[in-house]
Design a protein around this ligand. Structure first.
Ligand code: B16
Ligand code: MG
Length: 226
């Protein structure tokens, strides 16, 4: 294993509540009510695709022009950015600081493969930017997850073959993207939802450098069933 590509939201930290509150505020101005259950569908989904899902929920998916939608998404992002100003190192999910440190100590390259354009700011606020060798720019992608492009680009930016990489995700679309990139996948969360991953663990504290190495070598050597 030469590199690990990390998703951000739900893996390194959890800002889903801030995305939810900011979208809820924007949606209510349009007379659309969204709840936490609906918010689950927005996890890992890009900003513009999230907006489209919300408009469709309100039955007004075709009402606005592209520039009007960009303005709505920008307004939501202004609110979201105010909310993430309070993010601090205390918001790292359990075990993640140790994981990043252990992987660096072992000489493993680290990359961020997040759909969030706010990824670099959030890494700064969490004070973990120095652990990352590369960050994929999601704004430059042709397609979002489940398309493998973001993970393929991450491996390219690190100069590593995808088969020597492990991707870590919390969303089914993200696991599909990792697998499609030809990497080994480790997922955090529900065993049934994330069954396509080479390995599923319940929580971030269950992911260690040793586990990632073990899953990678097992998958490479014997087809990845654990
Ligand atoms: P932004 P991930 C994703 O992050 C979030 O899960 C998703 O809810 C959000 O819409 C997306 O980033 C875009 O975020 O509006 O900040 O560009 O899970 O891919 O790390
Ligand atoms: Mg995620």
């Amino acid at each position: 294993m030469k590199a690990v590509l990390f998703d951000l939201d739900g893996v390194i930290t959890d800002t889903a509540i801030y995305h939810y509150q900011a979208w809820k505020e924007m949606a209510s101005k349009l007379g659309i009510d969204i709840d936490e259950e609906f918010n689950e569908h927005l996890k890992g989904v890009s900003r513009m695709d999230s907006l489209q899902l919300i408009l469709e929920k309100g039955g007004i998916g075709n009402r606005y022009s592209e520039s009007e939608k960009v303005k709505m998404a920008d307004d939501k992002n202004i609110v979201y950015k105010q909310m993430i100003e309070k993010v601090s190192p205390n918001d790292l999910l359990p075990g993640i600081k140790e994981l990043l440190k252990d992987l660096k100590d072992k000489g493993v390259l680290l990359g961020l493969a997040s759909a969030s354009q706010n990824g670099p700011v959030i890494l700064d606020r969490l004070e973990v930017t120095r652990y990352f060798d590369t960050i994929v720019n999601p704004a430059a992608l042709r397609a979002g997850k489940p398309d493998p492009e973001i993970f393929v680009k991450g491996a390219q930016q690190l100069g590593v073959d995808p088969k020597d990489c492990v991707g870590v995700e919390d969303a089914a679309a993200g696991v599909q993207a990792i697998n499609g990139a030809g990497m080994v996948s480790v997922a955090i969360g529900n065993q049934t939802t994330l069954a396509a991953a080479n390995k599923v663990v319940p929580a971030t504290e269950d992911v260690s450098a040793d586990l990632l190495e073990k899953v990678w070598s097992g998958a490479i050597n014997c087809n990845g069933v654990f």
